[in-house]
Write a protein that binds this ligand. Structure first.
Ligand code: DMJ
Length: 453
């Protein structure tokens, strides 16, 4: 169908409200799925044109950015399984060729273990699961072995950085997200190799962290992995803690790990008791002191918006749905969500939008679990916002401010790995992926449960 006809039909298919009162008009899922796929292709083509072989595209200056002195192909690895799910066969083939010809971890580079694990190790594991090429498996094992020295701390909780060649570690002040968001990937490596050491090392570090949660079941923001002492005791579900809770639950499900489930249950009770807050009938999750439960800040943001997905996956659909109403409300305040928002003062604290996926991810989980059409309507709202504010000449750009809508010169690899994948999956539910047969890592890489037995 030609592009003009598609846009014309879309216009009559949905009327997007700028508030959270959704139109009752039916969403044409097929058309929206095609639109999202086009947005992905546009971004991938911009990467190809201006950043080929590098880590990421800089969409405004039309050049590239590398995280280290050598490119680790963050965008192609992160984006690969989205191509598979979207049926973009020739793009997947060209990405594969680039990866196998150019990706090597044998470099004297200091990397951040968490980012490399969730984006690269996770991306390669899922690439192997969905594509089956043994060369992906070899890359997975090589990378996992190079990252493994991070766990050699006195407590077993990982250091922040590791040198890929020498194994030298650095960064004894770490945070729960970076300590606790590794078990799906390293657990998968254990399954793929038959060697339990990967899972056991990560699990030990994670349980050492859980052991140090307060009597209220809460963890703080930073901890010393050598002494086990908390450095910053602020507790929240935002960046630096967020995906620790997500991985307790997902590890419990994927690996049938009872201790992970117990740790999750202890935490979720504390989170719902001390962090949950209600203002003007809306549910939010605040920042508190982990020991006393005393409220420190009425702050919520784009990263916190992953939490409805976790609540829904844990079976608490009621709370998940209530929180998702707040998330879409926060999104609609300025037509696109801010990084940080003070919900009690109704004030934007951090104006940027980094093309983040979490709000969209939660709508996807809730749509899968409840089948409620309102999450499709949310999907349409997200899509229209991205096109209206983040579309660059070629590719998509972050926003420096959701108030002025001024763009900034970045397109993170998670835009292709997560944001567009979850958005696509909201609309392309039939025949693409069975939600119940996978567990997504925190970078939206779907790990097949059948391969984790
Ligand atoms: C991603 O790298 C992951 O989703 C991570 O868990 C949090 N931050 C970004 C996306 O916002």
């Amino acid at each position: 169908m030609n592009k003009k006809i598609i846009s014309f039909m879309l216009l009559f298919t949905v009327v997007i409200s700028s508030t959270n009162i959704f139109s009752q008009t039916e969403i044409n899922k097929k058309l929206y799925a095609e639109k999202v796929k086009s947005a992905f292709l546009d971004s991938w083509n911009a990467y190809k044109k201006y950043a080929w072989g590098h880590d990421a595209l800089k969409p405004l200056s039309k050049t590239y950015h590398n995280w280290h002195e050598v490119s680790l192909l963050m965008t192609p690895v992160d984006a690969f399984d989205t191509m598979i799910l979207m049926g973009l066969t020739s793009e997947a083939e060209e990405a594969k060729e680039l990866i196998f010809n150019n990706l090597s971890f044998d470099h004297d580079l200091e990397v951040q273990n968490f980012e490399i694990t969730i984006r690269l190790l996770g991306g390669l594991i899922s690439a192997y699961m969905w594509d089956g090429d043994e060369r992906f498996r070899s890359l997975v094992i090589d990378l996992a072995d190079r990252l493994l020295p991070v766990f050699d701390s006195p407590t077993g909780m990982p250091y922040t950085f590791v040198n890929l060649k020498t194994g030298k570690t650095r960064g004894e002040i770490n945070n729960p997200a970076e300590i606790g968001t590794l078990i799906l990937e390293f657990g998968a490596v254990s399954k793929l190799t038959g060697d339990p050491k990967y899972y056991e090392k990560v699990r030990k570090g994670m349980l050492e962290l859980a052991k140090r949660s307060s009597s209220k079941g809460l963890v703080g923001t930073t901890i010393n992995v050598e002494t086990g002492e908390w450095i910053n005791t602020d507790s929240h579900i935002s960046g630096m803690i967020d995906s620790y809770y997500e991985y307790l639950l997902k590890a419990a499900i994927l690996f049938d790990d009872v201790e992970m489930m117990n740790a999750f249950n202890k935490s979720i009770e504390g989170i719902n008791k001390y962090l949950a807050d209600e203002v003007d009938g809306r549910l939010w999750y605040s920042h508190v002191n982990m020991e006393t439960g005393e409220r420190l800040r009425t702050q919520f943001g784009a990263l916190d918006a992953f939490f409805p997905a976790v609540l829904a996956l844990s079976g608490d659909v009621e709370r998940a749905a209530a929180l998702q109403e707040s998330c879409i409300w926060m999104w609609n305040l300025h037509g696109i969500e801010p990084e940080q928002y003070d919900y009690a003062a109704d004030k934007v604290l951090s104006e940027a939008y980094y093309l983040r996926p979490e709000n969209i991810e939660s709508a996807y989980y809730l749509y899968q679990i409840t089948n409620d059409e309102k999450y499709l309507q949310m999907g349409a709202v997200y899509y229209e916002s991205l096109i209206k504010y983040c579309k660059a000449d070629e590719g998509f750009a972050h926003l420096e401010s959701v108030i002025t809508k001024k763009q900034s010169d970045n397109m993170e690899s998670f835009f292709l790995a997560e944001t567009l994948k979850y958005l696509y999956l909201i609309f392309a539910t039939e025949g693409t992926l069975d939600f119940n047969s996978v567990i997504f890592n925190t970078e939206a890489h779907p790990f097949k449960k059948s391969m984790m037995k």
